[in-house]
Design a protein around this ligand. Sequence first.
Ligand code: GLU
Length: 444
Amino acid sequence: MSPIIEKYIEIVKKRNPGEIEFHEAVEEVLESLVPVLEKHHEFVENGIIERLIEPERQITFAVPWIDDNGKVQVNRGFRVQFNSAIGPYKGGLRFHPSVYIGIIKFLGFEQIFKNSLTGLPIGGGKGGADFDPKGKSEREVMRFCQSFMTELQRHIGPDIDVPAGDIGVGGREIGYLFGQYKRIKGNFQNGVLTGKGIGWGGSLVRTQATGYGIIYFVREMLKANNETIKNKKVVISGSGNVAIYACEKAQYYGAKVVAMSDSNGYILDEDGIKLDTVKKIKEVERKRIKEYVKYHTNAKYVEGGCIWEIPCDIALPCATQNDINAESAQKLIDNGVFAVGEGANMPSTIEAIKLFQKNNILLAPAKAANAGGVATSALEMSQNSMRLSWTAEEVDAKLDGIMTNIFKTCDKASKEYGMPKNYVAGANIAGFLKVANAMMAQGV
Ligand code: GLU
C-alpha cells in the first residue's frame, strides 16, 4: 500500500474497530486516489481525507415496537450523515438483520462519491436498522416504521437529510415512514423522503431507476469497447427491485438472462428468465425465488448454490455486498465472462476486483453503475420542489442522460490519471474531486 494513504487507513481502523465493511470501502477508494493526492498536495495539506473518513454526524437510536403477540421488541436504528459538501445528506435506509454501524458507514461513505457522480446537488448519508421485514405481518412492519420515524424525524428534512429505500425498504415502508413524519410534523413536506408512491409526490421511473441505470451504464461501457448487450448471456444475482429492473432493461436490449437468485439459492432457466413470473413471486406475493420452478418446469432451482458457477458473458451482481469473492471471480473468468456490472453496493471484494482487472474484464463499479436510483431520487426532489410531475418518458430520458454522462466522466478521469479502462479508479477519482473541491472552497 502506498505510504500516502497508509496513515488514513490506520486512523479508520483505530477509530472504527471491527467495522470491516467500512474499512474495505475506504481502502478501495483511497487506493484509487493515490495519484490524485500525489498531484494535489493541497488536499493532503488541508486534511481533506481526514475529514472525509469521519462522518459529520452518526446517530444510533432504539426502535421499540410491539409485535402481533403483544410482545415488546427492540431494534437498533442508525442514520449516518457522512458528508454535506455538495448538498443535503441523501441515501437509503436498509432494514436487514445484518445491519450494524459498520455496514451503514460503508454504505454512507460510498454514497458520497456515488451522489457526486450523478452531477446533482446531493451529499452522502445512509441509515437503517437490524430489523428483519421477512416473515413480519403488514401491521408489524407499519408499527416498526412508525417507531423508527418517531426518532428519525428530528434529524431529517428536505434541506437537511433526505432518506429513501435500500434493501428491505421499498414503497410500502416509505409510505409508513412518510405517514408518521407528516403526523409528527403536522405539515406535508414530501421532499423529506424519496421513493414515494406516485399519487403523493413520488417520481415515475424511480422504482425502475437503479436497474435501468445499470444497463444504461453497461451499454455505454460496452459501446466504448466495441461491444453490445445484444444476444449476450447474462447472470443476475438477487431478485429484488434492482435485479428485476436490470433484467427488464437487459432483455429490452436483447440479452438472454438465464439466472437470478435470492439468499437461499438460484434459478436457472436456459430458455431465458420469464420476468413476469419473477415479478409476481417477488413484488406481489413476496415469496422466495424457488417458486419459479413451479411455473416453469424446464427451469431448475439450486438450493444453496453459487450463481457465479453458471457460465455467462456478463455478470450483474444485484444482491448485496461481498457477493463475488476471489473464488467466484475466478470461476466467472474461467467460464469466459467479459463484463461485470455492479448493481448492489460493493458486491465484489477487493480481491475479486483485482482479479477482474488483472484479466482485463470490463468492470462497471457500483458507485457509478448503480447511481441511477439515487439520481432519480434527486429528480423526485426537484419535482417536489416545483410541485410538478414529469412524465415517465421525461424522467427516463433524464436518467439515461445522467448514466451516459457518469460513464463519460469515469472514462475521462481514468484516462487523465493514466489508468484507461479502469472505471473503478475513474469513478472514485471523479466522485472525489467534486467533493474535495467543494470542501476546499467552504473552508475547514
Ligand atoms: N439506496 C439507494 C442507493 O444505494 C438509493 C438511495 C436514494 O435514493 O436516496 O443509492
